[in-house]
Design a protein around this ligand. Sequence first.
Ligand code: SAH
Length: 255
Amino acid sequence: MLQHDCRHNIRIVLVNTSHPGNIGGAARAMKNMALDQLYLVQPREFPAPRAVWRAAGATDLLEKAKVVDCVDDAIRDCGLVIGTSARGRRIPWPIINPRDCGTTVWKESICHPVALLFGREDRGLTNDELHKCHYHVCIPSNPQYSSLNLACSVQVIAYEIYVASLERNDLTRDKQNAWDQPIAKNEDLERFHTHLEEAMIDVGFYDPDNPKQLMTRMRRLFNRVRMDEIEVAVFRGLLSAVQRRLKSNIKKCDQ
Ligand code: SAH
């Protein structure tokens, strides 16, 4: 067995899955690759006999799967979120290949929960969901027919994590070299983005009626930076100070 096994920190999140067979197939793929944290965001049909049938011997994963209402509920406490996508999007996002994804997920799972998001069978993940991610991962495939079956894509990504786990059993060293502060969790970042948006509106820098993708660009910037908890707190303190000063100046002008 591996020295530092943090695979309970690795979660596979299936978003709005239509076909219960794919949920079962994903559970089987996960169990083959020794993962067991399955999150289901508003599945269309679950529990379902077809899921059980496709899961074969992995029904234990279905039994303990967590069904949640929205993506945020599945990733709140995660320090790393990776979205899977078969195609490029309008605003390019940091991309990681499946192999590096396996290594990164395995390495970071020692420090915090990590989520891998998988989209709907018919239209993948929404832009909002993809913008919550630090990286996007695309499984290389035939450009003329690039979209894999959902459970098959879970299989490929879970396999890469498993291979990484076999190659990297020296995670104690990673822990020692880790950052001095915990990386900000998704819920801290969501609160930060809301605060940033408010402050940018207050100072007249951002007009929500004419957004021009400003908030998306801000998300992309801060997801690249990977702020730690103290950095988020300092930044939010700065935003609050700007807002306070603005309010007191407005009051002075009114007097
Ligand atoms: N028609 C959809 C594809 C959905 S396939 C679209 O154009 O986005 C369902 C899900 O399987 C995707 O959301 C993604 O999570 C995963 N998937 C399928 N093919 C993939 C690929 N080549 N790389 C990464 N993920 C893939």
